[in-house]
Design a protein around this ligand. Sequence first.
Ligand SMILES: [Mg+2]
Length: 416
Amino acid sequence: MRSILHVDFDSFFASCEQHFNPNLRGKPIGVTAENGRTCIIAASREAKRFGVKTGTRSWEAKKLCPQVILVKADFERYLEITKKLLEISTSYSPYVELFSLDEVFIDLTPVLHLYKDTPCQAQQGVSLTIVRDFKKRLREEVGPTITASMGVSYNKLLAKLATSLNKPDGFAIIDNSNKDRILSEINLTDIMGIGERYKRRLNLLGIFNFRQLREYPLYLLKKEFGNVASQNLKMISMGIDESPVVSYTEETEVKSISRNYCLPENTYDKEQVLKIIYELCEEIAIKLRRLKMKGKTIGLFLHGNESEGERKTIPRYTNQSSDIFEVCLRFFKKWNLEYVRQVSVWVGNLIDEQCDTIPMFENPKKETIARLVDAINDRFGHHTIRNGRLLYAPKLHTKPNGYLADKWYRSEIKNL
Ligand SMILES: [Mg+2]
């Protein structure tokens, strides 16, 4: 049986802000996204008491808790703490998976015997010595402001669930003795992999908890969710998860890059939408060049009064925003949305830029200029130099958003 430890910082972004700025400690604070959107992406413990939580709009937060302090997210600083978490984690086991900026899975199976625990604990696959020691080191090396909750079980699914049982600064174990009871008590959405939409669909089938899900006939579940998803749901309901802990130092292959932007309100202005599309194309192009990759298939998706989306493969690989935009523009002109609320640009079919043959009629200066602009923006800040098309356009940000979806971001962490 495996032994997986899951560690999750409590109210991470908010605790980081309080860690770096002592004036914010003990106060209700809400961290907002950097791009000026009006959503709270993390609330401090004190703000949570007033009902402020992730997803609360800024104005709502002010209403719930007039004294709330809103702070803009600073992911680069949060990375410092993530680095600490990784440092401590890898001192226990080489198998550490960075699940998000503030969460790791650590496979302790191969090292459990090194820690002196009572035979009973060791049999359960739990080392309380590690947990105690880990918490102590976090307090000493990260500081007392940022606490973490921990969970231990024999797979990732249950380890993460265990962590959530006792927050903040808590610890819980899920093993065979309590697994069934816990699974029958929690909400469907309490487990990784089941969101609100799934929950609603399950509710329609009369399934409100994991016991009911476990007992529901598979063939009927398949009618609603298809083969793969229904098998998955069944596994979850039984607390089965065979997925390995994938070390954060292992290369993960990027298959595509996408950028998504939600406008603060419905936009009827086509020029403004085009500017946002262009900016997203730029962000993707910058990322491609950073990854030393090029892409060939380009997609644009718009949501507004209706939804439109299309993908197209172009004859040659590119890492240039103008090429990506050209395709998007063609899509855009075909469609006729009254207003737009959300824009996504997607580039797939990627290859290593070294594998690309140099096109005969391409102007090589284009790429040199783009790289030069990247270098200037890297040094002096994003948007120091931007395309003339984006004059007066809103400045979106390409900074990491806390989710470790792309390889560039992962490699940044590796190089910390
Ligand atoms: Mg967390």
